[in-house]
Design a protein around this ligand. Structure first.
Ligand code: IPM
Ligand code: MN
Length: 354
């Protein structure tokens, strides 16, 4: 009996549907080669649905998503909808409600891909950011007083719970051990200024580290982390950090690995339903033009298969992506690949089929 995986597909807004369609094409190629089945159901959550119905997510959406083993997401964000409504109402809501407390974002330079970092090669850019995904500044704590007056007060608080911080740090150490590369976890924080939040992080970090004598520890302030990511990315193996810093440094990470077109991530609940997505967003100006790079969505699909227990299939997709970017694509940027979105999907799917 071959395994069957139930996947909820949420293409979302903008170029989301285009990249997800190619991702699904590649996932299907992997399923036929490796002999597992994918039972996929598509959901229309996103800006268009919101404009029609006035609701961001239908009632029961979270319960509905819990019926699946994973969620495959395109992008959330619509030019006609005020920023924040869909992002908070769909993307962050699902991350929180499904307790996807890890945002795992690999930063890998594939062979043949151009990085803006002079003289850096694939062996120099190969690390992963473990971003806490349910707390920090994203928790929504705070409020406003006297809005619109000269006395306006706006407070946005960072929530850091011992439990939340510790489970994230533990995930980072486990992941580092499993990854088995430079065997170093770097805590990225701001202990010199954010002396409440990052004191908790720092204590939890060194306490958890004691359980992993085989893993080295390192610490860098977030500003310095940005500097080292550009100057000496080869120093990093696994970086663990809070939600806001993780958001920021992974955009920088995406750029050094060749761009948003190839940056994938997983919102992971190790005991629950995880959600995989390209980290780039909905790219409205490229919507419907068949020019967007679907590689990030394809790589997110590979991460999903890996987590579902189909590691060889995940690796086959990654290898196929490496082939395509090193041999075929002229660039990773939208419109400059030398191929259309659908052609890139075909190319990778064919490499996966072998
Ligand atoms: C990301 C995005 C989201 C975030 C936005 C769209 C809410 O930037 O996944 O990194 O800030 O987490
Ligand atoms: Mn972001």
């Amino acid at each position: 009996m071959s395994n069957t995986y139930k996947i909820a597909v949420v293409p979302g807004d903008g170029t989301g549907p285009e990249v997800v369609t190619e991702g699904v094409k590649v996932l299907e190629a992997a399923s036929s080669r490796f002999g597992f089945k994918l039972d996929m159901k598509w959901y229309d959550y996103g800006g268009e649905r919101y404009k029609k119905t006035g609701e961001v997510l239908p009632e029961g959406a979270v319960e509905e998503m819990k019926k699946y083993q994973a969620i495959y997401l395109g992008a959330i964000g619509h030019p006609d909808v005020k920023p924040g409504i869909l992002e908070k109402g769909i993307l962050l809501y699902l991350r929180f409600a499904l307790d996807q407390y890890i945002n795992l974002r690999p930063v890998v330079l594939y062979p043949g891909v151009e990085t803006p970092l002079k003289d850096k090669k694939p062996e120099d850019i190969d690390f992963v950011v473990v971003r806490e995904n349910t707390e920090g500044l994203y928790a929504g704590a705070g409020g406003v007083l006297k809005k619109g007056t000269p006395d306006e007060v706006a407070i946005q608080e960072s929530i850091n719970t011992r439990k939340g911080v510790e489970r994230c740090i533990r995930f980072a150490f486990e992941y580092c051990r499993k990854r088995n590369k430079r065997k170093t976890v770097t805590l990225c924080g701001k202990t010199n200024v954010l002396t409440f939040a990052f004191d908790l992080w720092e204590r939890a970090f060194y306490e958890v580290a004691k359980e992993y004598p085989d893993i080295k520890t390192d610490y860098a302030h977030v500003d310095a982390t940005c500097m080292w990511m550009v100057k000496n990315p080869e120093w990093f193996d696994v970086i663990v950090t809070d939600n806001m810093f993780g958001d920021i440094i992974t955009d920088l990470g995406a750029m050094i690995q060749g761009g948003m077109g190839i940056a994938a991530g997983g919102n992971i609940n190790p005991q629950g339903v995880s959600m995989y997505e390209p980290i780039g967003g909905s790219a409205p100006k490229y919507t419907g033009k068949n020019v967007i790079n679907p590689m990030a969505a394809i790589c997110a699909g590979a991460m999903m298969l890996d987590q579902l227990g189909e590691a060889p299939a995940g690796k086959a997709i990654e290898d196929a992506v490496k082939m395509a970017v090193s041999k075929d694509l002229k660039s990773l940027s939208a419109g400059k690949m030398g191929f259309s979105t659908t052609e890139v999907g075909d190319l990778v799917a064919n490499y996966v089929k072998g």
